[in-house]
Design a protein around this ligand. Structure first.
Ligand code: DAH
Length: 333
């Protein structure tokens, strides 16, 4: 290594300009670190040049020393500035990569709706639970006893013709109405009782716009001391007004084996009378069948078809729409 001042001086200047142009083209922080080690590191080029200083005149040393410092500071300054620039660029790149475009359209997820039968059941049960009723359920496969016999409908009773029944090979049947739950509930509970029982029922009906072999009913039953037809009437009125709004209703005498007297109820809907449910005072025979004393207790009961309510409330013209899961239909609710 030479040691004349001019040569050292030109080596230092060469080093500076090489370092600076290398720093200027560095594209990463790692590159910069490599350059720092290369030029300013312990065993770097600047140290190497400075080793030559030992051979200089004492008078020359401070001059070259000062120049070396200037070079070092200039290179250091460039390294600093370049580091800041690259760091900023890195942050900007990261920000750009992680930017969320809130104006982009979202991913469409089809939204489910509550089926009109479900919402009708929920609405009705809400009214009855509001009146203090308990919700109960019973099996869809029933014995003749619960579906007919205990409901005061013996085998030879003509009322059995009203409900064409699906009989099962084992002698059981698919319940034709939710009235069977009345018996099961009374067998297991003592009066006073107030119960609402929703569920599926089955009949050998030919399917058309207003009939289905499988449909839904809600049964209500109240038994207590001193219940009268007035209580039944009041309850039905409150219920129907909650479902249909402020409407005119009428009770028509009717017949059911398990109630005496029995009635059917119509609502005045869009200028005509529409039959919506059957009801009556629980027949004393039914109370006897479950071990209640009809001299002490009286009760009232009612049963209605959920499909009928849903069709009226939502202006559905064909019962089959409620079962064929057509999204174009279901989306409307
Ligand atoms: N079970 C009857 C039917 O399916 C409806 C009914 C009428 C239920 C009168 C009752 C009632 O509880 O009291 O047609």
């Amino acid at each position: 290594m030479t040691s004349t001042p001019t040569e050292l001086e030109s080596q230092l200047k060469g080093l500076q300009s090489a370092a600076q142009s290398a720093i200027a083209t560095a594209t990463s922080l790692d590159d910069l670190e490599t350059l720092r080690i290369k030029y300013l590191g312990k065993k770097g080029e600047l140290s190497l040049v400075l080793k030559g200083m030992g051979k200089l005149d004492v008078a020359q040393r401070p001059i070259i020393g000062a120049l070396a410092n200037q070079v070092k500071e200039a290179v250091q300054g460039d390294l600093e500035r370049s580091r800041t620039t690259l760091e900023q660029a890195q942050i900007q790149a990261q920000l750009a990569a992680e930017t969320l475009d809130v104006t982009m359209p979202g991913v469409y997820r089809p939204q489910g709706r509550i089926h009109p039968l479900t919402s009708t059941i929920e609405r009705a049960l809400e009214v009855f639970t509001g009146l203090g009723y308990t919700v109960a359920q019973g099996p869809e496969m029933e014995s003749d006893y619960y579906n007919f016999e205990a409901l005061n409908t013996p085998a030879d009773h003509p009322a059995r013709d009203m409900q064409d029944t699906f009989y099962l090979p084992d002698g059981n049947l698919l319940r034709t109405h939710t009235s069977s739950v009345q018996i099961r509930y009374m067998e297991n509970n003592e009066p006073p009782i107030r119960v609402a029982a929703p569920g599926r029922v089955y009949r050998r009906d030919t399917v058309d716009a207003t009939h289905s072999a499988v449909f839904h009913q809600i049964e209500i039953l109240a038994v207590d001391r001193g219940l009268t037809f007035t209580d039944l009437r009041g309850t039905i009125k409150v219920f129907l007004e909650a479902m249909f709004g402020d409407i005119e209703i009428r009770f028509r005498p009717s017949f059911f084996p398990f109630t005496e007297p029995s009635a059917e109820v119509d609502v005045r809907w869009r200028d005509r009378w529409l039959e919506v449910l059957g009801c009556g005072m629980v027949d004393p025979n039914v109370l006897k069948n479950v071990g209640y004393d009809p001299e002490i207790y009286t009760g009232f009961a009612a049963g209605f078809g959920v499909e009928r309510f849903a069709m009226v409330l939502h202006q559905i013209d064909d019962i089959r729409r409620l079962y064929n899961s057509d999204l174009r239909f279901l989306k409307q609710f």
